[in-house]
Design a protein around this ligand. Sequence first.
Ligand SMILES: [Zn+2]
Length: 111
Amino acid sequence: MSKAKRAFEIFISLSILSLIVTIVFALLIVEKVGDNHTNTIVTAVFAGAFLLFVSVAMAVMMTHSYFKCSCCNMEFKGRPFQVLVSMHSPSKRLVDCPHCGNRCWCEHEIK
Ligand SMILES: [Zn+2]
């Protein structure tokens, strides 16, 4: 596994953990369980951590994405903004191929 893919998976995992902690402590605030001041600080810190980890993961994905066109079988590096906003399934994205010019569902890989 490449360094970029490993980094992406680590930061996505950290962001999911941060989101879970944020939700749990936000619920503690709503339900008025424990010290409200502490719960508020923990919620804010982990919400910030979530945004940071998601941003890093998206930056890695935007800069290290490669595609294999399903129309012409050529490989190409994705344009960062297109990688971010394109429709996708877990392994494919609908992107414009620079070789054949078609918009195809292309195999997506972070390398
Ligand atoms: Zn193509």
